[in-house]
Ligand binder design. Structure first.
Ligand SMILES: Cc1cc2nc3c(=O)[nH]c(=O)nc-3n(C[C@H](O)[C@H](O)[C@H](O)COP(=O)(O)OP(=O)(O)OC[C@H]3O[C@@H](n4cnc5c(N)ncnc54)[C@H](O)[C@@H]3O)c2cc1C
Length: 441
């Protein structure tokens, strides 16, 4: 049976590895960390033992590849979807508006909800028609060169509409300032997520920690199917024989042979491998220019229950969302919440006490003065990656153009999706199916 090496044990690497062992391939994952999951991981809180995620992750009903992956692992029931998308939104001055989708045929499910969103005037709500027209008017190539902010102002969206709706949607889904986010990805979010159907726009949250959901379940699946996972092993070099991949070299010098190699690592890590190979210099230059964007999360524990909803959104505040965590704790009088700021370049260097002050400021219009008994920050500097806008830098193809048997996976490669769990899993599944179908191997 053919041997496949997968570099990286995040969602991309694990989806590829499990798809391959499912078909009888001899797959080995090398993961440099001591735990699997990459950017979807959790650690046990030393005080309570409850799992604390590296950041809140939301799933959407349109995450079909993720669903397939979780079903393969037998843990799909741990992502709990609500019937539709619904959230309370609050401004710094206390204005409140409810945003939701309805169980109606598309696009009525969304339009009806948007028309009832009282964060701006009825005239401003009707102006969404210009966005629908804009999505048809501009080609994907034009949208790829245009920022979301530019697209929205061309589509006559007022400043209030942008601040109280569009910016939050763009930050939540693309994790980058609307002035830097390409409009073609906003089109993907709207057409595949929010405008496709009520089911596709439903939001889902995991009822277990991310490591249990992805890493532990994938490890158990690999063990059951005879696959192998080697933790704390960093791949430092690719072994090439002319135009064919032959294996990898580990940091300890060990050489491991394989018929195929899938890299499933972020651009900064991939660059280190590519830079050493003369055959891969063009791609290396491209990868070097990919830009990352941070997410800052603050976990807080309070001695009182703050709100009943699963999450609440905010405009004009430092944090954009707060999530109520499921209580795993013995002491039910203590509640755990996670505040999230996306595209958070301004917050990445803040101290925990500064972030606590900002959290209180964000939460005040929702639940008054909040007494925080404990807090833990999570700063993910390289949370997601995108090519810089308008500089002709592209996301790489999954199949290497230069080396036979080499494939690139990861949320940031060319899946056509924003950098999300779904993109990571789709890339892993695509890399695996190239190998399984021997299409171009
Ligand atoms: C705080 C936060 C919140 C997010 N929220 C959401 C959300 O709500 N919804 C959503 O869909 N997405 C969200 N995302 C994005 C999502 O987490 C990522 O898109 C996805 O996890 C990326 O998976 P990946 O496998 O491509 O990469 P990674 O998870 O980065 O996996 C790469 C792995 O490779 C390993 N590695 C690197 N170099 C080497 C090497 N040389 N040898 C061996 N191993 C190596 C790394 O240790 C890592 O484990 C969020 C991300 C963050 C950080």
């Amino acid at each position: 049976m053919k041997k496949v090496i997968i570099i990286g044990g995040g969602c991309a690497g694990l989806s590829a590895a499990t798809a391959l062992v499912e078909k009888g391939y001899q797959a080995t994952v090398f993961e440099k960390s001591r735990i699997l999951g990459g950017r979807t991981s959790s650690v046990a809180d030393p005080a309570t033992g409850e799992p604390v995620d590296n950041g809140q992750h939301m799933f959407l009903g349109c995450y079909n590849e993720t669903d397939r992956f979780l079903r393969r692992l037998g843990v799909d029931q741990h992502v709990k979807y609500r019937n539709a998308f619904s959230t309370l939104m609050i401004g710094l001055s206390g204005e409140k508006a409810f945003l939701q989708t309805y169980r109606l045929p598309a696009p009525l499910h969304l339009l009806l909800g948007y028309m009832q969103y009282r964060a701006f005037s009825m005239l401003e709500r009707f102006s969404i028609i210009h966005v629908v027209r804009g999505l048809k008017k501009y080609t994907d190539t034009q949208l790829a060169c245009m920022s979301c902010a530019e697209f929205l102002s061309r589509c006559k969206q007022s400043q209030t509409t942008q601040t109280r709706f569009w910016d939050l949607l763009i930050l939540a889904t693309l994790n980058v300032d609307p002035k830097r986010a390409p409009a073609d990805l906003l089109k993907v979010v709207l057409t595949q997520g929010f405008m496709a159907s009520c089911k596709d726009s439903a939001s889902g949250l995991a009822d277990v920690g991310l490591t249990e959901l992805f890493g532990d379940a994938a490890q158990a699946y690999m063990a059951k199917k005879g696959g192998s996972i080697r933790l704390r092993e960093t791949v430092s070099e690719l072994i090439l024989d002319h135009e064919k991949i032959k294996g990898v070299v580990l940091q300890n010098g060990e050489k491991v042979q394989a018929d195929y190699v899938i890299t499933a690592i972020a651009p900064n890590h991939l660059y280190r491998l590519l830079a050493k190979e003369s055959r891969l210099q063009t791609l290396a230059r491209n990868v070097k220019h990919m830009e990352s964007s941070p997410i800052v999360s603050l976990h807080i524990w309070t001695n009182r229950h703050l709100f009943d909803d699963a999450y609440v959104g905010f405009w004009d505040t430092p944090f954009h969302w707060v999530f109520r965590k499921q209580s795993f704790m013995q002491d039910q009088s203590v509640s755990h919440y996670t505040l999230v700021a996306s595209g958070a370049d301004d917050l990445i260097k803040k101290s925990t006490s500064d972030l606590i002050t900002m959290a209180k400021q964000t939460l005040a219009p929702l639940c008054g003065d909040v007494s925080i008994s404990r807090a833990k920050k999570s700063l993910m500097k390289n949370a997601t990656w995108l090519p810089p806008l308008g500089q002709n830098i592209v996301r790489p193809n999954i199949q290497s153009q230069d080396v036979k048997g080499l494939y690139y996976a990861g949320d940031w490669v060319d899946t056509g999706l924003p950098c999300t769990i779904e993109s990571a899993v789709k890339s892993g599944h695509m890399a695996a199916s190239y190998i399984i179908n021997q299409k171009f191997a």
